[in-house]
Every structure is written in C-alpha cells, then in structure tokens.
Design a protein around this ligand. Structure first.
Ligand code: HEM
Length: 220
C-alpha cells in the first residue's frame, strides 16, 4: 500500500508505540540489570541521546514533507515534539535524582559552574512553553503568527542541545559533529526555502509594475 494511503490513525499508533521503545529498552535493562557497570550513567545518557534524536526527527518532518510531498507527515509532528519533551523530562529527572539526589544547592551550583549543564538547562526551559502550547486551544488563543514565532525557538533549542552534547564530550567529537551536521542541513534547508519564497514574493509584487513600465518584456 503506498504511504499516502496509510490511515493516519494507524500511522500515529505505530509511531507512538515505536517512540516508546527507548523507554522500554532502558526500563527492561534497569529491571534485569543489563545496562552495564554504570546503569545510572547509561540511563541518563540514553535519555539524553533520545531527546536529541526526537528533536532532530521533529525538525526533519517539514523538510521531508516538502521533499516527498507526503502531507500526512505533518500529522505526526506534534506527537514527535511531545516525545522530545517526554525524553528531555526523563533525562532531566534522572540527572536530578540519580546524579544529584535532589540536592537543590548542588544543582544550582552545577548549572552555574558547568557550561554544558547551563546550556542543557536552557534548552529544557525553552522546551517547556513549546510543550505547554502544543494543543489546538493554545494555537487559537495565541493566534497563528504568535504561535509560530514562539515555536521557532525550537531552532535555538537544537543549537543549544548540540552545544550541550559537544561540551560534555571530552575527546571524540564525532557524534556531536554528526548531530551538528544534521541540524545544519535541517536549518539550512529552511533558510534556503524562506529565501526562495521571499524572492518569489518580491518578483510577484514587482513583475506587473515592471511590465507596465517596459511593455516589451516577454509574457510568461
Ligand atoms: C533539550 C535538552 C537536552 C538534550 C537534547 C540533551 C542531550 C544530551 C545528550 C545527547 C547527552 C549525551 C549522551 C551520550 O553521551 O551518549 C547528554 C548527557 C547529559 N546531559 Fe543532557 N540534554 C538535555 C538537557 C539536559 C539537562 C536539562 C540536564 C541537567 C540539568 C542535562 C544533563 C546531562 C548530563 C549530566 C549528561 C551526562 C554527562 C556525562 O555522563 O558526563 N541535560 N544530554
């Protein structure tokens, strides 16, 4: 069955269940003690990696839709964005709980002292309003334009998240560079399309006037 005829509800259910796999994997691992010598680190890092994966997958929806013409992909974007927030919350909780034992003084010091924690925290704080306004009532209340402007902070969140990863890795930068490269392509495509759109709008605005001034211009 071609992708465009897959019922949306079925696709959404499949993506929902797939998105729960990382949680199941780490839950199973913790229960059966198969997460290696340092399970706490494995869980914190695992949820961090999946936060970044979901962030990039969410950012990939619009470019994929434009490139493939599969408009139904847009129906998955909200759920994928919410899974980004879900894994970010698990990642933050495992840090607060297992790394810091909810010692708020220590946590505040850590946020101020370690730049990778500072930018990670900034990324999380910026995610909160996006998750809180991800429902239709919020779009109606804010109005399309303001809602869109608010949700554009996801680009800054992407940059902060890659910085967070790059600053915490001590030697091998290959993974953060890979994530950074994917983010660059995803944001670059958007910037490119916006520029093309701007030029087309300009051309649409000025072409009729130009034709009036220079009537010999060939008609399209
Ligand atoms: C959007 C928000 C965030 C994203 C995308 C993110 C992503 C990541 C990634 C990809 C890793 C590395 C995983 C690996 O080594 O394989 C990581 C590690 C980590 N993150 Fe985050 N993170 C975020 C927010 C936070 C926040 C808010 C905190 C705490 C305040 C935090 C604390 C940590 C810690 C402690 C580690 C492990 C460092 C280590 O083991 O040395 N992160 N994060």
């Amino acid at each position: 069955m071609p992708m465009r005829y897959v019922p949306v509800a079925l696709l959404k259910t499949a993506v929902f269940l797939l998105s729960l796999l990382p949680l199941t994997w780490y839950g199973w691992g913790a229960w059966h003690d198969t997460l290696g010598a340092n399970p706490i680190e494995a869980v914190t890092r695992g949820f961090g990696t999946w936060t970044l994966n979901f962030l990039l997958i969410t950012l990939a929806v619009t470019p994929l839709r434009k490139l493939t013409g599969l408009n139904l992909l847009i129906r998955l974007r909200r759920m994928l964005g919410l899974f980004t927030f879900f894994y970010a919350t698990l990642h933050l909780t495992s840090y607060l709980w297992f790394d810091q034992f909810f010692d708020w003084g220590e946590i505040a010091q850590d946020i101020l002292k370690r730049p990778f924690i500072t930018v990670g925290m900034a990324a999380f704080v910026l995610l909160v309003p996006l998750a809180a306004t991800s429902h239709n009532a919020a779009i109606r209340r804010l109005g399309g334009r303001r809602w869109q402007a608010l949700h554009r902070t996801v680009y800054a969140i992407g940059i902060l998240a890659v910085l967070h990863y790059s600053w915490l890795v001590k030697a091998d930068q290959s993974q953060p560079l890979l994530y950074g490269g994917i983010l660059f392509v995803l944001l670059g495509l958007r910037a490119w399309w916006r520029e093309v759109e701007r030029r087309e709008q300009l051309a649409g605005k000025y072409a009729p006037r130009l034709k009036r001034i220079i009537p010999i211009l060939p008609r399209r």
